[in-house]
Ligand binder design. Structure first.
Ligand code: SF4
Length: 349
C-alpha cells in the first residue's frame, strides 16, 4: 500500500453489544474481525451505509468504548481490552477524534479560545500562560480561520457550521496528534461548505504529514480525499486497498453497487441507477453465510451457507467474496453436499 512507516495497526477488532432486556439478552455483533493498517501521512477512508459499524471502529480505536476482541497497535504499542489511565492519555494525545456534529461538539457558554486552551491544559502543554495565546492563534490559522484574532473571542453561535467544524479540527490539532479520526465530519454541513473541509484535510495531510481515518457513507467524498479505501458491511470489512484500485476494479458486489450509486460527475464507469436495494441486516440476527447474500445480485447457493474468506488480490487490494475464491467456494459446496448426503443416508438407515 505505502512505503511510509505504519502508524496504526488494527488486528481482529471486534465489539459485541448486549441488546434486549434481562429476560431476553441478544448479542449484537457491531464489529467483527476488522483488520487494517494506516501508514504515516495517509488518508484511509471507511465507507459504508449507516449501521455498518464504521463509527464504532473509530470509537474503539480512540478507546471511547472497549473492544471485546482484537488489538490496536499505535506506533507499535499494543492496546488490548483494558487500558490504564496513563496509557489512555498518551494514546488520546496522539490520536484525536473529530465528531460529526460541530454544534454539539462545542459548549455554547465558552469562547473559541477557551475550547482550544483546554486540551493544552489537559495534556500538560500549557505552561503558565506563556505562548498559549500564540499557539491558539496558530491553530486557528492552520484551519483557515484567518486572522485568528477575529475568531478567538467569538462564541459558537457567532460562527457558521463550517467555521465551527474548523474550530473542532483546530482543537484536535493543537495537541499535535499524529492521527485524526474524523467521524462523518462533513455530513451535517451544507454541500457548499463540505468541499472546504475536505480540502482542509488534504492540506493538513500534505503540509503536516498528518494521517486520517475518515469515516463516511459518501463514496464521492471518500474518492476525493482517500489514499486507501475500506468498505464495511454488517460489521465486517468486505473490500479494501488503494483507493484508485478499489474504485477502478471493485471486486465485491456491494462495492460495485455503492459505486454505481455515485453520480457520474466526471467519469464513473459503474454509474447507473442501481443503488443497493433492501435494508442493511439486523446486527442481532445476521444472515447465515455471506451477510450480504439477501441483497447480492450475484448470490450463489454456497453464499447462503458459507462465509467468504478474505482473499488478497495483489497490491494491498483484498475482498471477501466467493466470486474471487471459487475453488474454496466449490470445495465448501462439495463438503456441504456430502454432509447433506451423509445426513440423508443416516436418516434412511
Ligand atoms: Fe454476493 Fe456471494 Fe460474494 Fe456474498 S459471497 S457478495 S452473496 S457473490
Amino acid at each position: 500500500m505505502s512505503e511510509e512507516p505504519i502508524l496504526l495497526e488494527v488486528e481482529g477488532l471486534g465489539k459485541v453489544f448486549a441488546a434486549g432486556n434481562a429476560l431476553n439478552r441478544r448479542p449484537v455483533h457491531a464489529v467483527a474481525d476488522v483488520s487494517f493498517r494506516i501508514a504515516r501521512g495517509r488518508v484511509t477512508v471507511i465507507v459504508g451505509e449507516s449501521g455498518s459499524g464504521k463509527s464504532t471502529v473509530a470509537r474503539l480505536i480512540a478507546r471511547l468504548i472497549e473492544p471485546t476482541a482484537g488489538v490496536v497497535r499505535f506506533q507499535g504499542e499494543a492496546y488490548v481490552a483494558k487500558v490504564r489511565r496513563r496509557e489512555l492519555s498518551r494514546l488520546r494525545r496522539r490520536v484525536q477524534m473529530i465528531f460529526q456534529d460541530p454544534f454539539g461538539s462545542l459548549n455554547p457558554h465558552h469562547s473559541v479560545g477557551y475550547h482550544l486552551v483546554r486540551p493544552l491544559k489537559n495534556y500538560g502543554k500549557a505552561r503558565a500562560g506563556a505562548g498559549v495565546r500564540g499557539r491558539v492563534l496558530q491553530a486557528l490559522e492552520a484551519v483557515g480561520l484567518t486572522p485568528g484574532e477575529d475568531y478567538i473571542d467569538k462564541y459558537p453561535h457567532e460562527l457558521s457550521g463550517g467555521q465551527r467544524q474548523r474550530v473542532v479540527i483546530a482543537r484536535a490539532l493543537i495537541v499535535e496528534p499524529l492521527l485524526l479520526l474524523a467521524d462523518e465530519p462533513t455530513s451535517m454541513l451544507d454541500v457548499s461548505i463540505r468541499m472546504g473541509i475536505l480540502n482542509l484535510m488534504r492540506q493538513l495531510r500534505r503540509d503536516r504529514g498528518l494521517s486520517f481515518l475518515f469515516i463516511t457513507h459518501d463514496l464521492a467524498s471518500a474518492r476525493y480525499v482517500g489514499d486507501d479505501l475500506l468498505v464495511m458491511y454488517a460489521g465486517q470489512l468486505v473490500e479494501g486497498g488503494p483507493a484508485d484500485d478499489v474504485v477502478e476494479r471493485p471486486a465485491h458486489p456491494y462495492t460495485r453497487l455503492l459505486l454505481s450509486a455515485v453520480p457520474d460527475v466526471v467519469h464513473n464507469p459503474f454509474a447507473s441507477d442501481r443503488a443497493p436495494t433492501g435494508e442493511p441486516p439486523n446486527l442481532a440476527q445476521l444472515p447465515t453465510g455471506c451477510h450480504f447474500h439477501p441483497r447480492c445480485p450475484q448470490v450463489m447457493e454456497v453464499c447462503k451457507r458459507v462465509a467468504p474468506r478474505r482473499v488478497e488480490l495483489g497490491g494491498g487490494h483484498f475482498a471477501a467474496c466467493h466470486l474471487n475464491d471459487m475453488d474454496y467456494a466449490a470445495r465448501q459446496d462439495g463438503t456441504i453436499a456430502q454432509e447433506a448426503g451423509n445426513g440423508a443416508s443416516r436418516r434412511k438407515g
